[in-house]
Design a protein around this ligand. Structure first.
Ligand code: KG4
Ligand code: ZN
Length: 337
């Protein structure tokens, strides 16, 4: 079954053709990040306009690269939530129009579910059930993936997402948006024990996260040293911060797995590209004899191949939308449309 997938939830316009949920025939991503970088973050109005300009050429390129005509497709999958509403609407409206003109079924795909599905592409043998740490710029969830389309939230952040914390800490050190990747690279040369940073926990919720205090702690550290005229070793600050964030993520994730007696762990989302997170969880799982899966780095960030993967399982489950499909800025991963 061949699915054309479309993604426009944030600042990447993407289209892909995916076969049977696991085989990528093409994947095209047009990033707007260089333009948003000028403003230190994504400007929603600019994002919507750029999506509108890019969507036709990006979809055309995806079909050409896959060497697949519209008549050979079985469905159209589209990200409809959560994300920037104006950005999502470009993809949703385009997909609705194409579905109407071709008669192909339209499959609504939840953005975080698609991040999880990137793992079905990178790990062909992976099947639910598993416990997944979904960490992106907007979300940090521990999700029990009971089946391809049945999920339960075990824990989540009560303030900033992990990616957001990385980006804000990086920004306070003068790194361009989105700073998470740059911070990760610089941290490789630093000492993670150079600075003592807090490991915030959420009282009474052992699987939930809180990153805003940690972000403030590193910003205070930088401000205090600047006021005293001291120059901190940037690699050491990056390494200490990265260690603190990864420590919080891994501690809660492993505890949840132990408590739920789940021995198959998976990571997903932009932050799953983080080198320390990948290394630490690989080691923790190997020590315990648990299975561990992660997406290849090129599939960690936003792309449409992962949307095509999840759309396949949603379609099999009978999840088809009609021409009244809307886009939503927020939507639970447990009970989407
Ligand atoms: O999933 P994603 O591409 O977009 C959202 O759905 O939000 O995630 C983007 C986030 C950004 O905050 C970015 O800085 C972060 O993922 N990120 C990283 C790394 N690569 C991307 N954070 C830490 N280390 C990385 N290597
Ligand atoms: Zn994402």
């Amino acid at each position: 079954m061949k699915i054309l997938a479309i993604e426009s939830s944030c600042d990447e316009t993407a289209a892909a053709v995916v076969e049977d949920g696991r085989r990528v025939l093409s994947s095209v991503v047009a990033s707007q990040v260089n333009e948003h970088r000028l403003y230190g973050g994504v400007v929603p109005e600019i994002a919507s306009r750029r999506h509108a300009e890019a969507i036709v050429p990006v979809v055309r390129q995806a079909l050409e690269q896959a060497d697949v005509g519209l008549g050979e497709l079985d469905a159209i999958g589209v990200t409809y939530a959560p994300g920037l509403i104006g950005a999502l609407l470009v993809g949703v409206n385009f997909a609705k129009g194409l579905s109407l003109s071709t008669g192909l079924p339209l499959v609504p795909v939840h953005h975080l579910r698609s991040h999880i599905a990137s793992n079905y592409i990178s790990n062909p043998e992976l099947k639910p059930p598993f416990l997944c740490l979904v960490v992106s710029g907007g979300h940090s969830h521990i999700v029990m993936v009971e089946d391809y389309t049945r999920m339960r939230i075990i824990g989540k952040t009560c303030d900033d997402a992990a990616g957001e914390a990385f980006d804000k800490a990086a920004r306070s050190m003068g790194m361009p948006y989105p700073g998470g990747i740059a911070l990760d690279k610089v941290a490789e040369d630093g000492d993670p024990h150079a600075f003592k940073l807090p490991r915030p926990t959420v009282h009474g919720s052992p699987y939930d996260f809180s990153f805003s205090g940690l972000k403030t702690a590193v910003i205070n550290l930088l401000h205090n040293s600047a006021q005293k005229g001291e120059k901190l070793n940037r690699a050491d600050v990056c390494a200490s911060f990265r260690y603190a964030v990864v420590d919080c993520l891994v501690t809660n994730f492993v505890k949840a797995a132990e408590d739920l007696d789940c021995k198959r762990l998976v990571i997903a989302g932009g932050v799953s590209a983080n080198s320390l997170l990948r290394r630490t969880l690989s080691e923790e799982c190997a020590e315990r004899g648990w299975e561990f899966y992660m997406p290849e780095k090129s599939l960690c960030g936003d792309n449409a191949a992962m949307v095509g993967a999840q759309a396949y399982f949603e379609l099999i489950d009978g999840n088809v939308a009609h021409s009244d499909l809307n886009a939503y800025a927020t939507m639970s991963i447990e009970n989407p449309l």
